[in-house]
Design a protein around this ligand. Structure first.
Ligand SMILES: *[C@@H]1O[C@H](CO)[C@@H](O)[C@H](O)[C@H]1NC(C)=O
Length: 541
């Protein structure tokens, strides 16, 4: 006990924090394997100009890159893995996980392959219905030496918005617990012994693989009662149906008329060859005599279900007295059983970080890869390196949301204002048309009233026109003294032109003029009105 404590104190916590602040790959090396046609680049994510990260620049490619850690990290005293991931264009189908490669002197980053052994594989993977943050340990049985992938059951889902998220996996040696955090928030946690599949510790017993089902084992749970006998009165030969004796031949049935007769109008084709085609017979047609009769030819009695019909007799089923149940082999002690009290001592040291993925998306950014023995250290990196990104991205998001909200609000106000103006004008319309001296003209004014009630804004145009008329008249009469002839000429032309138009069109021009004037006035008064005016004009068209 004391020795364990002492070891715990002596163990120097090692921590590796890999970033791309140098603007270069900084020792990350692409695999030489020709499979990996995708090549990572170091770039700044959109909106995070001060940040440099490892970017997936092209979609639909395999990528393989890794970096050896300056010193292997031993998971025996807790293992904490962490990295930032930004999915600029989302994650429709692909992996964005990191393989924490098992320390091995023979490993070189350029030799990375898809089956390079890892200690832990951790991070997002999404495609179709798959959506998980993998946490897979490659655990070596202390008994058999066999290495098996242990997958976290029901892993958390990927954070697939476009902001930077930090993924953290914690494997604790102290109590063999684990936790998966996203953005520092625990998404899943529990016991390493309970939540992985296959189980880190194999079952204590297994079904005996050598046992065979005995030859005389009875599998049938139910059988036909061997003692049952066919009842005396059971007639197996009774027909299913019998003639319906109650049926009667319909009145007017023509017994002596066939349903079909020869077509007497048909003639033998000229090229008919009796030797080859056989004797010619005229084709049959429906007998016209039967057209109005209920039927022709021999009347046949219909049938009905036979109440005495029983069919073949069979014995009822009973429980099989000889049934022994479903056969299964006996459980025997599992020869591979081992209770590994410290699984973290059997997953290997972490010697490198590798991104070995295939993806249908581009724009992933990996950053701040942490391999550590300390939760606190990982938390510190989150605080120092991820939190500032969050501040910027949250601010940008808030700004965009505020913009969208302001736009929606302005839109709403515009509609409200238009409504309010419309309502006011409608009141004025009512007041005008309700004037007592207009009462006798009520019937004649009805269409006009309806028009203005529907498009109250035209009232403004109308009133303006009325106001401007005297002014215009004054102006023309003044200028008129000089250009009397020109104006006269223009007026004449204008009048002729208008007169040529059909009445309906004339009406429309008149209203359009009003509408146009109405809109102009409105724009001067209320900046946010032009849309309403436009809409109205369009509606009339
Ligand atoms: C294991 O210990 C950690 C603290 O060291 C604690 O947060 C966690 O809840 C424990 N888990 C279990 C399953 O005991």
């Amino acid at each position: 006990m004391r020795a364990v404590l002492l070891l715990g104190l002596l163990a120097t916590a090692s921590a590796v924090h890999l970033d791309f602040s140098s603007g270069t790959l900084d020792g990350w090396t692409h695999s030489d394997d020709g499979k990996y046609s995708g090549k990572f680049v170091v770039a700044s994510p959109e909106g995070l100009d001060a940040v440099k990260a490892l970017k997936v620049p092209e979609k639909a490619k395999h990528y393989g890159i890794s970096k050896a850690l300056p010193e292997a990290v031993d998971p025996a005293s807790d293992l904490v893995l962490q990295y930032d991931l930004k999915l600029t264009n989302g994650l429709s189908c692909g992996g964005a996980y990191i393989k924490f490669v098992t320390a091995d002197d023979a490993f070189t980053p350029s030799g990375l392959k898809d089956d390079t052994p890892y200690t832990v594989m951790f991070g997002p993977d999404k495609c179709g219905s798959t959506n998980k943050v993998h946490l897979i340990l490659r655990h070596k049985s202390p008994k058999t030496g066999e290495i098996e992938e242990k997958h976290l059951k029901m892993p958390p889902m990927v954070e697939s918005d476009k902001k930077t998220h930090v993924y953290t996996a914690i494997l604790r040696a102290s109590n063999n617990s684990y936790a998966v955090l996203i953005d520092g928030v625990e998404k899943k946690a529990g016991s390493m012994f309970e939540d992985f599949e296959p189980s880190i510790n194999p079952p204590e017993t297994i079904p005996d693989p050598d046992e065979k089902k005995p030859e005389d084992w009875v599998d049938e749970a139910r059988i036909a009662d061997p003692d049952a006998k066919k009842p005396e009165d059971w007639d197996e030969d009774a027909p299913r149906t019998i003639p319906d004796e109650d049926a009667q031949k319909p009145e007017g049935w023509l017994d002596n008329e066939p349903a079909e007769i020869d077509d007497t109008t048909a003639v033998k084709p000229e090229d008919w060859d009796e030797d080859e085609d056989g004797e010619w017979e005229p084709p049959k047609i429906a007998n016209p005599a039967c057209k109005d009769a209920p039927g022709c030819g021999e009347w046949k009695r219909p049938t009905k279900p036979n109440p005495a019909y029983k069919g073949k007799w069979s014995a009822p089923m009973i429980d099989n007295p000889a049934y022994k149940g479903v056969w299964k082999p006996q459980d025997i002690p599992n020869p591979d059983y081992v209770k590994d009290p410290a699984p973290l001592t059997n997953i290997g040291k972490v010697g490198a970080a590798a991104i070995e993925i295939w993806t249908m998306d581009d724009g992933y950014f990996f950053d701040n890869v942490v391999v550590s023995n300390s939760e606190a250290e990982a938390a510190e990196v989150r605080e120092k390196s991820w939190a500032p990104k969050k501040v910027i991205e949250d601010a940008k998001e808030a700004e965009e949301k505020a913009k969208a909200a302001a736009k929606a609000e302005a839109e709403k106000k515009k509609v409200e204002t238009t409504q309010a103006v419309d309502d006011k004008l409608k009141q004025v319309v009512s007041t005008i048309f309700d004037l007592p001296f207009l009462k006798p003209l009520e019937a004649q004014l009805k269409p006009a009233r309806a028009f203005f009630e529907q498009r109250p804004v035209c009232l403004l145009g109308m009133l303006t026109a009325l106001l401007l008329l005297p002014v215009a008249w004054l102006l023309t009469s003044r200028i008129g003294s000089k250009t009397q002839d020109e104006v006269g000429e223009a007026k004449k032309q204008d009048a002729t032109g208008e007169d040529d138009k059909p009445e309906e069109e004339e009406d429309r021009d008149y209203y359009d003029n009003l509408l146009w004037t109405g809109e102009e006035i409105e724009e001067e008064e209320e900046e946010e009105q032009p849309k309403a005016g436009t809409r109205r004009r369009t509606r009339r068209d």
